[in-house]
Design a protein around this ligand. Structure first.
Ligand code: GMT
Length: 379
């Protein structure tokens, strides 16, 4: 007898960030496999599927009261989680990014009758461990939420190690890497290059991020400036999940005005991924780096620092090039030059990158693991 479809609640930050993107894609894939998916957040997640009859969105309303200096999100979120769990008889509440989602999920579970409680899965994505777990105002609450979740997952081995180092939880932590399933591009490479103003022979370096401080946009521009001074023929295209205006002075100061093209809040990323020659990333830490995987899925190698979980995603000299020392923009620029000057090597790395993405980080592999985890908990 086929297993019955599950009813799954997903909570994430809706803004442009890897954990929200991952949760949205997971919801889409689960719905395609016949499950019912309920997103619970303060806004519709950025890449949440719009027209799937099995996908629902439940907004959390946060009122502001004069008596509170800081508005509270955790309690209204927990009430909405309990309400959705009760009304839709959820089997699983899967929260992406622990703070405050995991704590809100525990509260929601406690508000429900014992026989109506969903299983709670907490997925740690990054700074919920690497930054907030070290904060004495957050650490104990995160640890408590993890101890009382029904399952904990992290998106890389690196994150698992970080979690155990900073939050000595006694529960098992399962590593389930991120996945990406590219949609067919809507436009041709020529159209996209034309839209970006790329000239014939100009290479396209692609950077995608939400521009937060740890993405080190200063080092990204410094690397581009090195390439510019070395006479390389390129444009750096930045798909920004945030306002790039604060970097405009740096672009001018480094004489990069003709070299940098920015597009903000793009949704059709596959159009740009396929048009790129390679990816360029300068983060000081990443638990995974979904953007590198997105490029790999379209057969494009990336150059980055070997920090955090990045070496788990892309292998140096096999599917991309990694500079060992963080901050060494000379080494990063040299890697980019190597690939710009050697299209054959670039293509070989790109083909290997795409195979690795399919074999290790496809929906088929990763969503199947989440499904198995849900079934094991529900059983
Ligand atoms: O932890 C964060 O800083 C935020 C989080 C997010 O919501 O984007 O980013 C993390 O999650 C992504 C999806 O799992 C990973 O690809 C990113 O590497 C990770 N960011 C960091 O670790 C800085």
């Amino acid at each position: 007898m086929p297993a019955r479809p599950l009813r799954i609640g997903l909570t994430c930050y809706p803004s442009v960030g890897g954990s929200g993107i991952l949760a949205s894609e997971l919801g889409e894939e689960l719905a395609q496999r016949g499950h019912e998916v309920h997103f619970i957040s303060y806004e519709r997640p950025f890449r949440m599927p719009a027209d799937d009859p099995r996908v629902f969105f439940h907004p959390v309303i946060v009122n502001s009261y004069d008596l509170f200096k800081y508005p509270d999100y955790t309690l209204p979120l927990s009430v909405k989680m309990a309400e959705v769990s009760r009304d839709h008889d959820l089997d699983v509440l899967h929260v992406h990014y622990a703070v405050p989602h995991a704590t809100a999920a525990l509260l929601a579970r406690d508000m429900l009758p014992v026989d109506r409680r969903p299983k709670i899965v907490t997925t740690l994505h990054g700074t919920d461990t690497t930054l907030l777990a070290r904060d004495p105002g957050y650490g104990p609450a995160i640890r408590h939420a993890l101890e009382y979740s029904d399952a904990i997952t992290t998106v890389s081995e690196f994150m698992r190690r970080e979690t155990l180092a900073h939050l000595p939880v006694t529960r098992p932590i399962e590593v389930i890497h991120n996945f990406f399933e590219p949609r067919p591009p809507a436009r041709s490479i020529a159209d996209v290059r034309h839209e970006l103003g790329l000239r014939d022979g100009e290479a396209m370096l692609l950077h995608l991020s939400n521009l937060r401080a740890l993405k080190r946009i200063d080092l990204l521009l410094e690397t581009a400036a090195r390439l510019h001074r070395a006479g390389e023929n390129f444009r750096l295209v930045i798909l920004a999940g945030g306002n790039f205006a604060r970097f405009a002075d740096d672009v001018q100061r480094l004489d990069l005005a003709d070299r940098v093209v920015v597009r903000e809040n793009v949704t059709n990323i596959e159009d740009y991924l396929q048009a790129a020659d390679l990816g360029l990333f300068t983060s000081e830490t990443e638990s995974f780096c979904l953007s590198i995987l997105e490029l790999m899925s379209l057969g494009r190698p990336s150059v980055a620092f070997a920090v955090g979980g990045i070496p788990e995603v892309t292998a140096h000299n096999e599917t991309g090039l990694l500079a060992q020392a963080f901050g060494d923009t000379a080494a990063l620029a040299a890697h980019v030059q190597t690939l710009l000057r050697d299209p054959t090597r670039r293509a070989v790395l790109g083909v290997a990158a795409q195979s690795r993405a399919r074999e290790q980080f496809s929906a088929n592999v990763i969503v199947t693991r989440y499904e198995a985890l849900y079934r094991q908990l529900v059983a």
